[in-house]
Design a protein around this ligand. Structure first.
Ligand code: F6R
Length: 365
């Protein structure tokens, strides 16, 4: 049942090229994103004032990446809220608000309750769900399914990747309708989307290097993930993956925020995972890397193959992903983060598929 792998988590990590492909390719026809499931009129999209992304945990982290993507593509404000906070913050919702609800299980009670509240306040609900026929899917105005297949490991991997894939498709589809993207930019992103599965396979084929790095760093008691823009969004997920399955203390910070307090925690031997794949901000993040290095941190850097040489001279070790469209980087970057967490947890002998205190689907508030 684990397909020859020791854990469901590794099996599901390895399934990501297929899951991404299955989610994306039926929805691209003749170079165009076609979301048959959706019923949005051009008029609705033009009148749309705001998108509220509502989710918990890793699905919320997809929302964090979605904010950068959707705001860039649509030039509409996107607010990302934790479902458990949304209901109690008197959210500003009108008929011109789209609630974009993200949930693997479709049963997370906080997400469901927040979604009902958004609906009550007049929002239209579009959900991204993995489990077909789940409560969130049934109660949404529109639903897009991630075709990830069943996810057994408590820590999500392929669901995260396919949720993100749908964000790109939604962004492209809405942007085309709104006229907020040039045909050239649209084609460039679609082309790169199609190539993500092969690039994921390339990353997975080199997982031994990540296992080797995990064997070097697994004993560091405290880990900080830093990055800017989409790299920050992936850092949040990398940090959650690590803490939930390996029980190491870890935190994720926007790289520029570190010096406003958290840098006081950096001391010789602290591990900093620096994500700097987003080329426009590479130099900015690297300046933060220099700051932590000079305080004695060990730095594991993640960037794209073309920037590796520039990074390698500053950090202790590098991890690379293939180049792609900057908007799509989280799809590649997250995989080394998942594998790093997996191998660290393996070194610690943790119960990887069923981490302590956690449930796959959280149906209590
Ligand atoms: C982390 C993880 C959780 C879920 C969260 C939301 O690996 O799996 O943080 O992402 O509980 O669950 P769904 O997406 O089912 O609503």
């Amino acid at each position: 049942e684990k397909g020859g792998y020791e854990h469901f988590m590794l099996k599901e990590i390895m399934e990501q090229p297929k899951a991404f492909h299955d989610t994306v390719s039926p929805r691209i026809r003749e170079g165009k994103v076609v979301l048959d499931e959706l019923t949005f009129t051009p008029e609705y999209l033009r009148n749309l004032e705001k998108i509220y992304v509502i989710a918990c945990g890793s699905s919320y982290h997809v929302g964090m990446a979605a904010k950068y993507t959707l705001e860039k593509l649509l030039r509409k404000p996107v607010e990302v809220t934790l479902a458990s906070e949304f209901r109690y913050c008197d959210p500003i919702v009108t008929e011109r608000t789209l609630a974009l609800v993200i949930s693997q299980s479709g049963e997370t009670i906080d997400t469901l309750a927040a979604m009902r509240e958004a609906k009550r306040l007049g929002a239209r609900v579009l959900s991204i769900v993995n489990v077909v026929g789940s409560t969130i899917a049934r109660e949404s105005d529109d639903v897009l399914y991630t075709w990830a297949g069943p996810e057994i490991a408590v820590a999500t991997t392929k669901a995260y990747s396919t949720q993100l894939a749908l964000i790109y498709l939604i962004g492209l589809s809405f942007a085309e309708t709104l006229g907020t993207i040039t045909p050239q930019a649209y084609d460039a992103i679609v082309d790169e989307l199609r190539r993500i599965p092969e690039k994921l396979t390339e990353i997975l084929n080199h997982r031994e290097r990540i296992q080797y790095l995990a064997s070097i760093y697994f004993n560091h008691p405290s880990v900080f993930f830093i990055g800017r823009n989409v790299d920050y969004a992936v850092g949040l997920e990398g940090s959650l993956k690590l803490k939930e399955i390996s029980y190491l203390h870890s935190e994720a910070y926007a790289a520029g925020e570190l010096k406003h307090g958290t840098i006081s925690l950096i001391e010789p031997g602290t591990l900093v995972v620096a994500l700097a794949s987003y080329a426009p901000l590479f130099e900015k993040t690297m300046s933060n890397v220099v700051e932590v290095k000079s305080r004695g941190a060990d730095v594991l850097g993640l960037t794209t193959a073309d920037l590796e040489a520039d990074m390698a001279s500053v950090v202790n070790h590098t991890l690379t992903v293939p180049q792609t469209h900057p908007m799509l980087l989280p799809s590649l970057d997250v995989v080394p983060m998942q594998l790093f967490a997996y191998y660290v947890a393996l070194m610690h002998g943790c119960d990887i598929d069923k981490p302590r205190n956690l449930a796959k689907s959280v149906t209590v508030e």
